[in-house]
Design a binder for this molecule. Structure first.
Ligand SMILES: [Zn+2]
Length: 285
């Protein structure tokens, strides 16, 4: 198995929305905000090469929407989706599988683009099967007022029409050494990948635990549809991760790519924080 982590882009999001009911006096000490109360977060994607598959986890925003849409996103920095892949040696055509943790715009938008020179859309990874949980696909297809800004038709419908959609029903091994957990608190059918590399397990925490600041059970995003479910799902995965010494990989944390865990009087918290390349360098056979 080969692994690569890269940052598609940074973007800005309202700090209050990222930390729900936690007062700014508390969260701003661990995750600083700018004068507009915005915080900078990343869009890290993981590429897993295993058993003949080249798997990309999540694809960032893409670039289909208009200037008005992106005015409040403040995309900046990062390597870009196709450039980031190129820098680790892959072309779009090499990707055999795209695993979409869920269908919110910042996670799936990059796998569909506008056709150049004509109207309509095309898939960015033409040879890839796109894996989405059935629960998320059905939920997003109906849509709802709370998530209407996040589930965008132009991101989702073309995936269904491509004939390259695999709906994932159960928590299972999707590929050798690559399994998923289903979560329902952030949005129904959020898939959290667990990757077994050498003798270690990585958890790509996605929107279940977007940053290290979200390790406390009650520090959750107000984007979550059902907070109590998020708390239980975090508790379960953190307890399992602590017991089995899993390594967490953060999609959205501007400072921290990976951490190990320890029990503290306040609950499970980060023990050591390190970069993904440090993890790869230290991973034993
Ligand atoms: Zn989300």
């Amino acid at each position: 198995m080969k692994l690569h982590l890269f940052n598609i882009s940074n973007f800005k999001v309202d700090g209050g929305a990222m930390f729900g009911v936690v007062p700014k006096a508390l969260w701003s000490r661990v995750y600083p905000a700018d004068e507009n109360n915005l915080i900078v977060i990343t869009l890290r994607s993981l590429v897993v090469e295993t058993d003949g598959h080249i798997i990309l986890i999540d694809t960032g925003y893409g670039d289909k929407q208009d200037e008005k849409f992106f005015r409040y996103v403040y995309l900046h920095g990062g390597e870009g989706l196709l450039n980031g892949l190129k820098s680790i040696g892959y072309t779009a055509g090499d990707i055999t599988d795209v695993v979409l943790t869920h269908l919110h715009a910042d996670h799936c938008g990059g796998c569909v683009r506008k056709k150049s020179g004509s109207s309509g859309y095309e898939m960015v990874f033409p040879n890839a099967m796109h894996h989405v949980s059935r629960a998320q696909w059905e939920w997003a297809s109906v849509n709802n007022l709370r998530e209407a800004d996040a589930f965008l038709e132009e991101n989702i419908v073309p995936i269904g029409q491509s004939g390259r959609l695999n709906l994932v029903d159960e928590e299972d091994e999707l590929f050798p050494g690559f399994s998923i957990r289903m979560c329902y608190g952030h949005t129904p059918g959020l898939m959290i990948p667990l990757i077994h590399y050498k003798n270690q397990t990585l958890v790509y925490t996605g929107d279940l635990i977007p940053t290290t600041a979200h390790l406390p059970l009650i520090w959750n995003m107000s984007y979550d549809i059902e907070s109590l479910k998020t708390i239980e799902e975090k508790r379960n995965i953190l307890e399992e991760a602590l017991e089995n010494k899993y390594i967490l990989v953060f999609q959205h944390d501007i400072k921290t790519e990976c951490c190990t865990l320890e029990m503290t009087p306040k609950g499970i918290r980060a023990k050591e924080k390190f970069s993904f390349s440090e993890f790869l360098a230290g991973a034993s056979l």
